[in-house]
Design a protein around this ligand. Structure first.
Ligand SMILES: Cc1cc2nc3c(=O)[nH]c(=O)nc-3n(C[C@H](O)[C@H](O)[C@H](O)COP(=O)(O)OP(=O)(O)OC[C@H]3O[C@@H](n4cnc5c(N)ncnc54)[C@H](O)[C@@H]3O)c2cc1C
Length: 326
């Protein structure tokens, strides 16, 4: 059963900030993650501040510099179907379209997708795990087949979002609005690794919210995709995903970004694999080298060494797909 809380739906950003300033207030967008967390007592709230009355946070528009501004309330379904996203930012369209189920994509927003809480069964269950303020990460010695093979540290959860690695590969940033004004944070700095602070996933401060996602114009000759590997074709979180953006001049790679999902507590950029590509044609052997390099520094747990091979496969498949498109 859901606990008791009040619910407000401000219609201006000023009102939203005032409502969010009370202790125990939480941002509500689509509610697809938040309500489950409240029901399961993973989170508490005295007040939900719905952003749904703020029409300026809806939809995606082209910026004068050729980039894209996506309002935080834009749904995953809208993003997956948006002509500009499909045309220029294929990795994002693919990631948004592969997240969750059609119902959840119609209700879940991009802001909520970036700020959703971990799916680790110990975190979601009745365990005082490290992320909830306890002193143990139960997954390290316990059931860890879905957990991290990179960057685990004090907590080995994996970041659940499909859109986050795609947006990071596309060099996106988020605009945060809070009591101190507006600030822009690159996605690489938005997610907090457990080595810095294992009790939070993002830099969003109390009283603040994500207003927009900003994506720069794609680099010249850019092609991108997102390859998601999961246990079944219907809704499921990524076991491993690979977002790849490659800028081609002729047949040679001038620019590459590869960001993995399902393998680390934050979307995991593999710069060493990117370096294998730059200056080369996307031949089978170059793709294979980059795919090997992407998994080379993995530290699997007792139950998830299978993810090492999945990383290689996801990266190789994503690169083969961008070669075919380029
Ligand atoms: C069964 C199931 C399967 C799923 N499968 C996948 C999957 O395969 N891939 C995937 O990526 N996701 C998956 N999800 C997650 C789903 O995509 C997210 O629940 C959804 O995107 C969250 O968006 P929302 O608008 O509903 O957020 P809400 O539930 O409203 O909020 C989620 C969290 O983010 C905070 N928040 C929301 N918006 C903002 C904002 N603008 N600024 C600051 N904080 C904010 C809320 O306070 C809350 O803590 C799944 C969810 C479920 C329930």
């Amino acid at each position: 059963m859901l606990p008791t809380f009040s619910y407000v739906k401000p219609t201006t950003i000023g009102q939203a900030l005032r409502e969010l300033s009370s202790p125990g207030a939480r941002v509500h967008a689509g509610g697809t993650d938040l309500l489950g967390c409240l029901r399961d007592r993973v989170l508490t709230a005295t007040k939900l501040v719905s952003l749904n009355g703020l029409s300026e946070l809806r939809g995606a528009v082209e910026l004068p510099n050729g980039g894209l501004r996506i309002g935080a309330l834009t749904t995953l379904a809208e993003l997956a179907a948006h002509p500009l996203v499909q045309g220029r930012y294929q990795a994002l369209a693919a990631a948004a379209g592969a997240a969750a189920s059609p119902q959840l994509r119609n209700q879940g927003t991009i802001g909520g997708n970036l700020c959703q809480r971990p799916r680790c069964w110990y975190y979601r269950g009745d365990f005082a795990c490290a992320r909830k303020g306890g002193d143990t990460c139960y997954a390290k010695e316990g059931e860890n087949q879905l957990h991290a093979i990179f960057g685990g540290d004090v907590c080995v959860m994996v970041h659940p979002s499909d859109t986050a690695p795609a947006l990071m590969a596309l060099d996106a940033s988020v605009q945060l609005i809070g009591p101190g004004g507006t600030r822009t944070v690159g996605l690489g700095a938005f997610f907090v690794p457990p080595s810095k602070d294992h009790t939070r996933e993002t830099v969003v401060e109390p009283g603040e919210f994500v207003a927009d996602v900003l994506i720069p114009p794609p680099p010249a000759g850019a092609v991108s995709t997102y390859r998601k590997l999961r246990s079944r074709g219907a809704w499921d979180f990524a076991l491993v995903g690979a977002a790849v953006v490659v800028g081609l001049r002729g047949k040679k790679v001038e620019h590459a970004r590869i960001v993995l999902s399902g393998v680390a507590p934050v979307p995991w950029r593999v710069a060493a694999a990117e370096r294998e590509l730059v200056g080369h044609e996307l031949s089978d052997s170059v793709i294979e080298r980059a795919a090997q390099r992407a998994s080379a520094d993995a530290s699997p747990l007792s139950g998830n060494s299978y993810k090492v091979a999945l990383v290689r496969g996801a990266v190789a498949e994503a690169l083969t797909e961008v070669r075919a498109k380029g």
